[in-house]
Design a protein around this ligand. Structure first.
Ligand code: HMG
Length: 389
């Protein structure tokens, strides 16, 4: 069967971050609760004017750097931070990137899972049309509200992947385990800017669904725990991923030490610890992190776990391709993160509390540090994006 998978991958996050020690101080909480209890150090904070479109376009610009735009036959935009009930956010990205008119564009939603469904829908298409390419972008802003238990697990980011036949980075296996259950662990009604969440229940479901998705995958693929050199998980907070991996070991009668867990998932969490949750993008920023920090992964099989509240969970796998290092955006990622500005607590609260007009009144966005695209204004109920010169 023809190989299909990730040909290029790049991520983008806001140019501002809050140190969770400063959040802990503001909330009168022991900072170890966030650094040790959650395994998180910082969270990315989007300034006014940075939204899912600007983040996605910035990530995609990098992923498309050496790709002929005319080869992109489809743009799949995964998000749960939608800006419009009708128009797909991907159409703005399509325009900002100057993609060809002959291109399908659609937005997909199922909490943090929709990046994975986009991927799984693209793969059979690429097997059928191996000369075409698909641009998958996943972009989200995780918001729970000031002084809520979910607050330290906020963050934001976008990932862009060019998917193709004969991919240069990761070729996916055909087998997968997938489970859907109707549960209320996390949701966001149309009238709310912030998510509602039953945090402890959501963490329990994340684990239970991992076991179910894994067992299905293992039975279908015939692969064992030890057939995967590294694992990459959806990462709402890093500590949950470490716990989940210990649990997966137990399910497979493997007694993992903390060092084993760090070896299997540590590199995939490096960016997550300082970016925070990025919902649909999280698993794939984890993948970029693994590629950027692990030593030679050539020929290694990776196990991937995607979880989207509500819920759908999927376990799948892929093998890293020879020469993958030459296509990575490692230097770009590290330069972007090194240049981030650390916010004071008061600045974070100002950014968080910024109100976008919800009645059609005109609004010019204040200018902040961004990538190459920003939301310039909202007028006549329309969003206007611009290239930053
Ligand atoms: P919490 O209330 O902070 O939890 O919520 P906690 O009080 O149990 O504390 C967390 C850990 O910190 C505990 O460790 C404490 O002992 C420890 P554990 O018992 O779990 O091993 N701790 C300390 N450690 C060291 N020093 C201290 C200290 N104090 C306490 N001084 C929670 C945590 C993640 C639930 C919360 O942040 C939350 O609700 N987040 C949002 C929901 C979430 O992230 N859920 C995860 C699974 S659901 C999912 O992944 C889907 C999602 O991405 C959405 C989507 O699909 O779209 C969220």
């Amino acid at each position: 069967m023809i190989k299909v998978g990730i040909d290029t991958i790049a991520f983008y996050t806001a140019h501002y971050a809050l140190d969770l020690a400063d959040l802990a101080a503001a909330r009168g909480i022991d900072p170890n609760k966030f650094s040790i209890g959650l395994g998180q150090q910082q969270m990315a904070v989007p300034p006014p004017g940075e939204d899912i479109v600007t983040m996605a376009a910035n990530a995609a610009l990098q992923a498309l750097q050496f790709i002929d735009p005319n080869s992109i036959e489809m743009l799949l935009f995964a998000t749960e931070s939608g800006i419009d009930q009708s128009k797909a956010a991907g159409i703005y990205v399509h325009d900002l990137l100057g993609l060809p008119a002959r291109c399908r564009v659609i937005e997909l939603k199922q909490a943090c899972y929709s990046g994975t469904v986009a991927l799984q829908l693209a793969l059979p298409f690429l097997r059928q049309f191996p000369d075409k390419k698909v641009l998958l972008v996943a972009s989200d802003i995780a918001r729970y509200g000031l002084n809520t238990p979910g607050e330290p697990s906020q963050g934001c980011g976008a990932v862009a992947m060019v998917l193709s036949a004969n991919p240069r980075i990761l070729a996916f296996d055909a087998e997968y385990g997938v489970v859907t259950e109707n549960v209320m662990d996390f949701w966001r009604p149309n009238y709310s800017e912030n998510a509602f969440v039953d945090g402890k229940y959501s963490s329990k479901l994340y684990m239970n669904m991992l076991e179910k998705a894994w067992q299905q995958y293992r039975d279908l693929s015939g692969r064992d725990f030890s057939d995967h050199a590294y694992y990459c998980y959806h990462a709402p907070v890093s500590r949950l991923v470490e716990k989940a991996h210990h649990y997966l070991g137990k399910v497979n009668r493997e007694k993992l030490s903390d060092a084993d867990v760090a070896q299997h998932v540590g590199h995939s969490l490096t960016y997550a610890r300082i970016v925070g949750n990025s919902y649909t993008a999280s698993l794939y920023i984890g993948l970029a992190s693994l590629f950027d920090f692990a030593e030679d992964l050539t020929g290694k099989r990776l196990g991937l776990y995607s979880y989207g509240s509500g819920c759908v969970a999927e376990f799948f796998s892929g093998t890293v391709q020879p020469g993958y290092q030459t296509v990575l955006a490692t230097a770009h990622h590290q330069d972007m993160l090194a240049k981030r500005k650390t916010l004071t607590y008061a600045e974070y609260e100002d950014f968080f509390s910024f109100k976008y007009p919800d009645d059609g009144s005109a609004c010019d966005m204040p200018v902040h540090e961004t990538g190459q695209f920003r939301l310039a204004s909202i007028a006549d109920h329309k969003r206007h994006y611009e290239k930053v010169t």
